[in-house]
Design a protein around this ligand. Sequence first.
Ligand code: ZN
Length: 195
Amino acid sequence: MKQPDCIAKLINKFASLPGVGLKTAQRFAYRVIDMSQSEVDDFCEALADVKSKIHLCAECGNFTENEVCDICLKRDKSVICVVAYPKDVLALDKGGSFKGVYHVLHGTLSPLEGRGADDLNIKSLIKRLDGVKEVIMATNPDVEGEATAAYIARLIKPFGIKVTRLAQGISMGSDIEYADEITLERALEGRTEIN
Ligand SMILES: [Zn+2]
């Protein structure tokens, strides 16, 4: 049986999301049909709001509704933890023991995909190094993440600032995004200096 067009369209939209297969997309679509009108309106509003209200923090590049994000406003700016993506801030900050600020690169260096240093949020990192005691490189422990950490460490060293790397524990090739908070806390605590 052919689905009515607008149901098929909604299923396709859901199925285009990361990690959502066709079965799940169908369940989502049928759930929307069961929603009340106000539930659907709220849903649409939430989608439109993240698009219109969220932009990048002027200091760290993380997502925020304000000019500068809450973490940059309230926390210790002498320690900066550099991550590839906003979702990594979420993962690393869950444990709650890190009191410093973050810096989001929005990617890693990738010669294969043609992504160089100018494509990443690196210039604004160099601009905020005044008064910084330590920069922690918290990119993923894969080839691109390691290359990015080494590249930025070389850029920062001449400023006389200590540059460290998350301890092993997150296994090679795995994502910070999926590591549990205890593993991430340990990786932060056991960080070692990049020489
Ligand atoms: Zn910020």
